[in-house]
Write a protein that binds this ligand. Structure first.
Ligand code: DX5
Ligand code: ZN
Length: 217
């Protein structure tokens, strides 16, 4: 089964976001990864609801929304309205993770849980079944274009085992420093969903890069 590719718009030219969405629409890319940052949970601010709404209007593929914000529970309904298909919240940012994951599903979205590099896989033991996606941060969240952190590979392997043991259909997504050099080991470790920002939008030919990343398997 081929992996899902979710290009991150964070690395696109914000003056031409429409062109980036068109590229995703017209290539083998599967989802549209949207990184929302609040300047609190991470030391950066990206874009928010009005921008997501416009991306959703243009996109013909599911929106994979990654919230890097404190207290995400305040905004779950707003992201549904804006057009999110997957809504991923950070384990570290959500005090009542169980409640928030239920709320995301009840709103009609697919719940995801993200883990910072330092957060152990075991923190998900009791709530894994509530998620449709686990996102392993393979860099510290907040910025595009950082180098992949090698020790996160172990966590990907561990989560692959946990997901397989659960028997549930849960996607295992990796985000940060994913490119042609790092993706093969991540796929080998059990990731089935790749986020790539600068590898795609920083490439001389983004459509060719999408093809090459998809061809990895
Ligand atoms: C970082 C974001 C990523 C970012 C990845 O905090 O969550 O989605 O766009 O960028 P690259 O692929 O450039 O590391
Ligand atoms: Zn992301």
């Amino acid at each position: 089964m081929s992996s899902i590719l979710s290009p991150s718009l964070l690395a696109a030219d914000f003056l031409h976001l429409g062109e980036a969405v068109t590229l995703i629409n017209e290539t083998e890319a599967d989802w549209v990864h949207c990184d929302v940052m609040d300047g609190q949970f991470v030391p950066n601010i990206s874009f928010g609801l009005p921008v997501i709404r416009d991306i959703a209007r243009a996109a013909r593929k599911p929106l994979d929304v990654h919230l890097m914000i404190e207290r995400p529970e305040q905004f779950l309904a707003d992201f549904k309205q804006a057009g999110a298909t997957y809504l991923t919240i950070h384990q570290e940012a959500s005090r009542h993770l169980d409640r928030s994951l239920h709320a995301i599903r009840e709103l009609g979205m697919r719940p995801g849980i993200a883990l910072n590099p330092a957060t152990p896989a075991e923190t998900l033991t009791h709530v894994l079944h509530l998620a449709d996606l686990v996102l392993v941060m393979t860099v510290n969240p907040g910025f595009g274009g950082q180098s992949f952190i090698p020790y996160t590979l172990e966590k990907v392997k561990q989560l692959r085992q946990m997901i397989d043991a659960s028997g549930l259909d849960i996607r295992l997504e990796v985000d940060g420093g994913v490119d042609l050099r790092t993706a093969p080991a991540l796929l080998e470790a059990g990731a089935d969903t790749l986020v790539a920002g600068s590898a795609i939008f920083g490439a001389p030919d983004p459509a060719a890069m999408i093809r090459q990343l998809k061809a990895l398997g």
